[in-house]
Design a protein around this ligand. Structure first.
Ligand code: BG6
Length: 658
């Protein structure tokens, strides 16, 4: 389990503080199983600290940690006090708040299968309950491997934890099962002693403000709901790209893969929010009913459909230009089977077989070790008819898109066509953007604050109900079954690439393309842009246009006047000398032709597509306009031009419109 603090706090610009409007969490003793593990230090404790800082943690709160191992209350507090330095998410650290919080942490070691341990825990919880006046409320947090869930539930029941005043609620971490049958079994185990209303299954994506906002956006804005169906929407794309590899979690990941790790849970949650029917209210079960119904409407594939609509990938090593290995491929990672067939990438087209979405392709893709980190949902609308533009220079129209930027950039964007100023009718795609950072206070939450807070108030909206988890596994199971019996041609994509080519082919077969979102992080890899501020980079991003070329196509020719820069999003291009010999190969993430945006000079080499490529293009006219808008940056570009390309070009010439 890993997550990053991308979630802004719930405060709006202008609000004095969240604590002005929200009451603190309800009193409780939080009993954390697996308290010595990664999740506790990286996410739970920083989240509690954030709640405490914002006045949202009850004074009648204490934490009792337990796990095997020989920690004591003192050593647990000392360890947490050290770890919080690395994992807190605030700009300033408030020692006073921390000291108060950590003084409420306690620890009791023990094994999860030992009933005596549970009796001791119960005794300790009672003591703490009196000391902190928690009213008998207990929040059990299962931050352990799922194989312990059933046993812990059983022992909690046997040791009498269910009795007494106050509420008893259980937060269960993912993964909830490893396939359909294990999830059904786990549900049965957990529910044999507890009620569904007491079980809070975590999916940390639901803690992200940008994910929660999908509902707010859909149901609080009258202008979109009428368009939200097969009559107006052409396709929807969910993209979760991770730049990180398995980060030392090979042991876990090798028995998981991206379908179990990302799609079956996080991505299906987003899918449900985006495509569900309108709930009758914002009551937890009203929302959860609609989410479950939506996932139940997703077609469960036959093996033939899996073969047709789903592709998988696994990353190979990254190499330098002379093919030396820079970083290992997945099969060479620690604790990974050297012949592993576990997928680190998947792309799929799903069908929602209901009235609203019938026939609208729903594309999902996610992978590790890709060239950028970014989670986006792209809603692509049907195109306007081109026929009315006949007789004008407009030959084709782009689609309108609504893009939900989930992370790391957080915002919402609408893309549409606008007339280019001038005497003739020419069109250019333009954007309107809302950025969270501009409209809201940017204090960062881990996403777990809202989970702990909501659970303490008995609000299950952000947690998965058993029927949703089951429906999600029913969609995933045919893919798992098919893959288990079909050989994989792995590795099939290089680290830092855009993923396997088969993913591009999958969507191309439908006559569509993945909409690639370039973000600030990607642009900063380009030397010319690396020192640019957000405003500058945003403008560059908006000016980029995408271009696809086929294998063998010449992209730039030596001797031609260069007026644009190219960024390779996917594929490989060859740089050719005068005799047509290949001097080098550029691939995903590389740029070429950058001198073309600095000055209009002849190209010094030709570049040809070695494979089919997705490229981003930046025109000199746009770059000059951006430099005019950001004059402070023109001198930085002037410096890079000299240092990197030995080009002497003045800032005013760079910004000149001609
Ligand atoms: C976790 C997965 O659930 O989510 C990780 O186990 C993945 O493999 C992580 O990296 C992604 O979370 P986020 O919040 O960084 O998108």
């Amino acid at each position: 389990m890993s997550s990053t603090p991308d979630t802004p706090a719930l405060t709006r610009a202008g609000d004095a503080d969240a604590s002005d409007t929200a009451p603190p969490s309800q009193p409780c003793i939080m009993l954390v199983f697996g308290a010595s593990g990664d999740l506790t230090k990286r996410l739970l404790v920083p989240a509690l600290y954030n709640l405490a800082c914002d006045g949202l943690l009850s004074k009648h709160f204490a934490l009792l940690g337990t796990a095997t191992g020989d920690l004591t209350t003192e050593s647990f507090r000392a360890r947490m006090s050290e770890d919080i330095n690395a994992f807190h998410t605030r700009n300033e650290f408030d020692q006073e708040v921390w000291d108060d919080l950590v003084s409420r942490f306690h620890y009791l070691p023990g094994a999860f299968d030992d009933l005596d341990v549970f009796k001791a825990l119960q005794h300790k919880v009672r003591q703490l309950d009196q000391e902190y006046q928690a009213g008998g409320n207990i929040l059990f947090y299962f931050a352990t491997a799922p194989r312990f869930f059933g046993q812990i539930c059983d022992n909690l029941h046997k040791s009498g934890f269910k009795d007494g005043p106050g509420w008893k609620r259980i937060i269960v971490e993912k993964p909830f099962g490893t396939d359909l049958s294990s999830a059904l079994k786990l549900n049965a185990e957990v529910l044999s002693n507890w009620n569904e209303s007491q079980i809070y299954r975590v999916d940390h994506y639901l803690g992200k403000e940008t994910v929660q906002n999908l509902l707010a956006f859909r149901f609080s804005n009258g202008m979109f709901e009428p368009l939200w169906n097969k009559n107006y929407i052409d396709n929807i794309q969910f993209n979760v790209s991770e730049a990180v590899d398995v980060q030392g979690r090979g042991g876990y990941y090798d028995s998981s893969g991206v379908l179990r790790d990302m799609m079956q849970n996080h991505m299906f949650q987003m899918l449900a929010y985006l495509c569900m029917e309108v709930p009758v209210s914002f009551e937890p079960d009203a929302i959860r009913n609609e989410k479950a119904k939506l996932l139940q409407s997703v077609r469960n594939y036959t093996p033939e459909e899996v073969a047709r609509y789903v592709v998988r990938g696994q990353y190979g090593p990254s190499t330098d230009r002379t093919q030396n290995i820079l970083k290992p491929g997945y099969r060479q990672e620690d604790s990974v089977n050297p012949n592993s067939n576990t997928e680190t990438y998947a792309a799929a087209r799903f069908h929602i077989d209901n009235w609203r979405w019938e026939g609208v392709p729903i594309y999902l893709r996610s992978g590790k070790a890709l060239w950028k980190r970014g989670t986006e949902i792209i809603v692509e609308f049907k195109k306007a008819p081109e026929v009315i533009f006949r007789g004008t220079p407009v030959t084709s129209l782009g689609a309108n898109r609504l893009i939900f930027h989930i992370q790391p950039y957080q915002g919402i964007e609408v893309q549409f066509q606008a007339k280019v100023p001038g005497p003739r009718m020419r069109l250019q795609p333009v954007h309107m953007r809302f950025g969270y950072g501009d409209a809201f206070k940017a204090s960062r939450y881990t996403g777990y604050e809202v989970m702990i807070y909501a659970c303490s108030h008995g609000d299950a909206t952000l947690f998965s109900r058993g029927d949703l988890v089951e429906a999600a596994w029913r969609i995933a199971q045919p893919l798992l079954d098919y893959w288990a019996t079909t050989p994989a041609d792995f590795p099939n994509y290089a680290r830092n690439s855009w993923g396997p080519k088969a993913a591009a082919d999958l969507i191309a077969r439908d006559g569509r393309r993945w909409h690639e979102v370039v973000n600030e992080e990607v642009l900063r890899k380009v030397p010319l842009f690396k020192d640019g501020d957000m405003v500058f980079l945003e403008q560059v991003i908006m000016a980029l246009r995408s271009k696809q070329v086929d294998a063998g196509e010449m992209i730039i020719r030596k001797g031609d006047i260069g007026r644009e820069l190219y960024l390779v999003a996917r594929g490989e291009v060859e740089v050719l000398d005068d005799d047509g010999h290949v001097m080098g190969v550029l691939r995903d993430g590389d740029i070429f032709g950058e001198i073309g945006v600095l000055m209009c000079v002849q190209r010094t080499a030709s570049v040809r597509a070695k494979s089919g490529c997705d490229l981003f293009v930046l025109d000199k006219t746009d770059f000059s306009r951006i430099l005019r808008d950001n004059p402070h940056f023109a001198s930085a570009v002037e410096r890079v031009a000299v240092e990197r390309y030995s080009l002497s070009v003045s800032a005013s010439a760079l910004a000149s419109p001609t």
